[in-house]
Design a protein. Structure first.
Length: 273
């Protein structure tokens, strides 16, 4: 296929994808790009989650029960909110599941598409209270509700297609740069200049939506900034430049959380389920 035909084909394909893949994030109404099948991504995530469960040492008992209770309460509140608001429920079709991984040195939690949530035991030293744990759970659940994994995968596809088009237009100069430097220079630039800022935007959105979901579920979101203050103490002041990070800086995070707190408490009070 010659260059002109290639560009015509790819250009038409990109326009078609763009026209058929526009969406918005729930509640925030932020424009989203979705090129990847959510059903397929959820199925793949479920398979990976099963492998994680086989590989990692899992904790059962009261702490896991607590996590599941918070999760269930939020599931119900989120469903009821979208029902009462007469909006499409983005969690329809989710197969919610929660696990607690025994790793005291990991102060973290993560979310996979379709409602698969894992909490590392180390984060419990930071959350301290039920409301603190609910804040972390709300953040992770928000990633799933806002379909952030689908969006990230779609953006990666779009960047790859765009890079290939530019490479063809430039007569292969991008490929030549990569060969000369011995590294994926374009990938690094896109990571720092496009993906990292985009991921920080998603993290901020998950903070905001997570607080809403925690408030709707009856938890005290005034505990949220205290988590990040405690996290800073655990990290003993060590921090990475926000430009190089996929997450906002703790200072910016705390500032925004404090700005949102009162309005979220007023606008999203506990909902009856």
């Amino acid at each position: 296929m010659d260059r002109r035909k290639f560009l015509t084909y790819v250009g038409c394909t990109c326009c078609s994808l763009a026209l058929n893949s526009c969406a918005t994030a729930p509640i925030t109404d932020r424009k989203q790009l979705k090129l990847i099948s959510e059903t397929k991504l959820n199925a793949r995530a479920a398979q990976i989650f099963e492998k994680i469960k086989e590989k990692e040492k899992l904790i059962t008992g009261p702490k896991l029960i607590q996590i599941k209770e918070i999760g269930k309460r939020m599931e119900n509140s989120i469903g009821e909110y979208f029902y009462q608001s007469k909006l499409d429920d983005p969690t329809i079709g989710f197969d919610w599941e929660y696990i607690l991984i025994d790793k005291k040195n990991m102060r973290n939690a993560f979310c996979m598409p379709g409602g698969k949530i894992a909490v590392f035991s180390g984060i419990l030293e930071v959350t301290k209270t039920i409301d603190g744990l609910a804040a972390v759970m709300g953040h992770e659940i928000a990633h799933a509700v806002a379909k952030h994994s689908v969006e990230r995968a779609s953006r990666s596809v779009a960047i790859n297609v765009g890079t290939n088009i530019v490479d063809v237009l430039s007569g292969g100069k991008l490929s030549q740069v990569n060969r000369t430097t011995g590294m994926n220079t374009i990938g690094m630039v896109s990571q720092l200049g496009i993906m990292n800022p985009f991921n920080r935007k998603q993290e901020t959105e998950a903070d905001y939506l997570g607080m809403i979901f925690a408030s709707l579920s009856g938890y005290d979101i005034r505990e949220t900034p205290k988590i990040w203050e405690r996290m800073q103490k655990f990290n003993k002041g060590k921090k990475q430049s926000e430009f190089l990070s996929t997450h906002p800086s703790p200072e910016n995070r705390i500032k925004k959380i404090n700005e949102w707190t009162n309005s979220i408490i007023l606008d999203y009070p506990p909902i009856k389920t």
